[in-house]
Design a protein around this ligand. Structure first.
Ligand SMILES: [Zn+2]
Length: 368
């Protein structure tokens, strides 16, 4: 996510704080200072900081369970409305999706229970006094964790409760139908939240807009992904592509690039195995800074990421979505290049399949 500052790294996951969160801290600090002086400001900021430690713990609930299923996470971003963990992909079965979704709120529930236990009965009474500065900070923190757990379990896609609902539905019906239903419930929730936000906490209004847009996006992405069902990387790849020998110079690469609109140029060895991949932008950009005699490989990404032509299209989609790479080299059983699958081409084919369900693109035989 843009406009974020990396503040640290926990278990290989970058912790980022979005600029809007710094602005929120500033606003809380300034308004608390104006109302009750510097001491009050420090107290308020300390509370928000502690609360966001709990939000990070919540995200790590998701992250660590996902990791058990072999799903890596690159970063967690803190926004004023909560944390967002960028999981590499969604879990592949409803049961796993359920476990990952429940793990976050479960962490807040445990924190709340531990704090309430430590505080004794006084803690329970403080739930009503969440906004009361007279109540001890730990009691407020315990109450806030309870609120976090309950709030996140609202069935508003893509909040955790929405994922729980989606997983439960997907156990009983097709993935497409489950997503459609969960997204509809999520958008209905967004309307209710927005309505409450109009009369109460304006923060709810932001959450409502976020939920509404995200639910629509999720439903759209799911419909597009349905279009990939039953297809392989070989069905989707671009086959009329030009490649370069591994030892090609920048000059040769540029000469080739200027004869085509191709977005990526595989550099192949003597057995046509892709060794590196140069983007069009990198080649054209090198004109200013490099010598034409330098090897084209010096501006390419190496090694090139290759997948077999028989790989499921959904798998190719996940790879392109998760990684920093923008194209996959498609290879035959011997590992020789037969095609190219850039992200843009995949998106185009997905739109095409969504518009014409069931249509099979006529495929010419891949070149040897
Ligand atoms: Zn969560």
């Amino acid at each position: 996510m843009g406009w974020s500052l990396t503040v640290g790294r926990i278990a290989g996951v970058a912790i980022k704080i979005h600029v809007t969160f710094w602005l929120l801290m500033l606003w809380i600090g300034v308004s608390a200072a104006r109302a009750g002086g510097l001491n009050a400001a420090a107290q308020s900021l300390a509370f928000v900081a502690l609360l966001f430690v709990c939000v990070v713990a919540h995200e790590f609930g998701h992250i660590l369970v996902a990791r058990r299923y072999g799903i890596a996470t690159r970063e967690v971003t803190l926004l004023p409305i909560g944390g967002v963990a960028s999981l590499q992909r969604m879990p592949d079965t409803p049961r796993r999706e359920l476990a990952v979704a429940l793990a976050g709120p479960a962490v807040n529930l445990v924190i709340a229970l531990v704090l309430f236990a430590a505080l004794g009965s006084f803690g329970v009474a403080s739930v009503a006094g969440l906004a009361n500065p007279g109540v001890s900070m730990l009691a407020r923190l315990a109450a806030a964790n309870l609120v976090l757990a309950v709030f996140n379990l609202l069935p508003a896609f893509p909040m955790d409760g929405g994922r729980v609902l989606h997983a439960l539905l997907a156990m009983r019906m097709s993935e497409a139908r489950a997503t459609e239903l969960a997204a509809n419930v999520g958008q209905a929730c967004a309307f209710v939240l927005g309505f409450l936000g109009l009369f109460g906490n304006p923060m709810l209004l932001f959450v409502a807009i976020f939920v509404y847009v995200a639910a629509a996006e999720e439903a759209g992405a799911s419909r597009l992904k349905q279009g990939l069902k039953g297809l392989t990387a070989g069905d989707l790849m671009e086959t009329r592509i030009a490649s370069l020998p591994l030892e090609a110079s920048l000059q040769e690469a540029l000469n080739l690039a200027l004869t085509t609109e191709q977005s990526h140029f595989p550099l192949v060895d003597a057995f046509r195995k892709p060794a590196a991949l140069a983007t069009r932008a990198a080649l054209l950009g090198a004109v200013q800074t490099r010598d034409p005699g330098e090897p084209a490989e010096s501006v390419a990404q190496a090694p090139a990421q290759s997948i077999s032509a028989s790989t499921r299209a959904e798998k190719a989609f996940e790879l392109l979505q998760a990684g920093e790479i923008s194209a996959l080299c498609v290879v035959d059983e011997a590992g020789a290049l037969v095609g190219l699958l850039p992200r843009s081409a995949l998106a185009e084919r997905m739109l095409f399949s969504a518009a014409k369900p069931g249509w099979r693109m006529p495929r010419e035989a891949a070149r040897p």
